[in-house]
Design a protein around this ligand. Structure first.
Ligand SMILES: Cc1cc2nc3c(=O)[nH]c(=O)nc-3n(C[C@H](O)[C@H](O)[C@H](O)COP(=O)(O)O)c2cc1C
Length: 251
C-alpha cells in the first residue's frame, strides 16, 4: 500500500486548485493547504509547534476599536488561556480594516480600493489555530455589518479547502440593553460558522447557554456586568476545553 504522507494527502484531498481562488486570497489559502509559501522546515516546525501549542483567536467585529466588545473578548480569551499552558490567545480587531462584503460575490477590487481581508486568511487557517471566538456588538438585534462582511468573505475557505473545518467556534454579543437581542445575534453568527463546518460551542458549565451575552450599561466598564462576564468566561473555557479535546490534549 502506498504510504500516506502529508504531501500525498494534501495532493489528493484538495477540493479546488489554488488557481480557482480569488487572486488576492490565493497566497493565504495556499498557505492553509500547506501547498505554497512554506518550506519543508517551516512545515516541520509548525507540526512540532502544533503538538505543544494551540491558539485561540478572538475576532472583534465592532467598528469601534478597544470598546466594549474588545474588552469582553479579552476576558473571554484570558479565561481560555487559563485552561491549559499550551493555549496561546490572540485578539484581532476588525475596526479600521477595510473588509468589503460585496467582494464575496466575486466582484473585482476597484482600482485603488484597499482590502484587508487577505491578510486574515493565513492567520485564521493556520493549523495551530484550534478555536475562534467571534465577538460582535448587537446592532438592531443582529450582528454589525462589519461582522457580516467578515463572515461573507470567509466564503474563500468554503470555496477552496474548508480551512476552518473542525476548528472550534464560540460567539459573544454585547448589547446596550440587558435583553437587546444578544441571543438571536449569536444564533445568526453561529449559522454562518456552521457553513464552515466549525464545531460550534456555547458557554459551558455551570448552567450552559448559547454563548456570551454581555450588557453594556453605558455607565462605565463593561467588565462590571457580572452576569455577562460569567457567560464570557464560561465561553472562553468551553472553547478551550473542546479545542484541547479535539487535539488529543483534553481530559
Ligand atoms: C446602529 C446601532 C444599533 C444598535 N442596536 C442595538 C440593539 O438592537 N440592541 C442592543 O442591546 N444594543 C444595540 N446597540 C448598542 C450596542 O450594541 C452597544 O453600545 C455595544 O456595546 C457597542 O459595542 P462596542 O462598544 O464594542 O462598539 C446598537 C448600537 C448601534 C450603533
Amino acid at each position: 500500500m502506498k504510504d500516506i504522507t502529508r504531501r500525498n494527502f494534501v495532493k489528493t484531498s484538495m477540493v479546488a486548485p489554488a488557481v480557482l481562488l480569488r487572486k488576492s486570497e490565493a497566497a493565504g489559502a495556499a498557505f492553509a493547504a500547506g501547498t505554497g509559501g512554506s518550506t519543508a522546515s517551516s512545515r516541520n516546525s509548525s507540526q512540532k509547534r502544533k503538538a505543544k501549542q494551540i491558539r485561540i483567536i478572538g475576532i472583534c467585529c465592532s467598528p469601534r476599536k478597544a470598546k466594549t466588545t474588545a474588552a469582553s473578548l479579552r476576558v473571554c480569551l484570558e479565561a481560555a488561556k487559563e485552561v491549559h499552558p499550551s493555549i496561546e490567545v490572540e485578539l484581532i480587531e476588525l475596526a479600521g480594516m477595510k473588509i468589503d462584503g460585496s467582494l464575496a460575490a466575486g466582484l473585482p477590487l476597484e482600482p485603488g480600493q484597499r482590502d484587508d481581508f487577505p491578510k486574515l486568511v493565513p492567520k485564521l487557517s493556520d493549523p495551530v489555530v484550534a478555536g475562534i471566538i467571534v465577538g460582535t456588538p448587537v446592532y438592531f438585534s443582529s450582528m454589525t455589518s462589519l461582522c457580516k462582511a467578515f463572515l461573507d468573505r470567509c466564503i474563500t475557505f468554503w470555496e477552496n479547502n474548508m480551512a476552518l473545518s473542525g476548528k472550534v467556534a464560540g460567539v459573544l454579543a454585547v448589547g446596550g440593553s440587558r435583553n437587546g437581542g444578544q441571543e438571536i445575534t449569536i444564533q445568526s453568527v453561529q449559522a454562518a460558522l456552521l457553513c464552515q463546518e466549525m464545531i460550534i460551542v456555547g458557554s459551558g458549565r455551570p448552567a450552559p447557554r448559547i454563548g456570551a451575552t454581555v450588557w453594556n450599561s453605558g455607565k462605565g466598564d463593561v467588565t462590571e456586568d457580572e452576569f455577562g462576564m460569567a457567560t464570557t468566561r464560561k465561553l472562553g473555557r468551553r472553547v478551550a476545553e473542546v479545542a484541547l479535546q479535539l487535539n488529543g490534549m483534553g481530559k
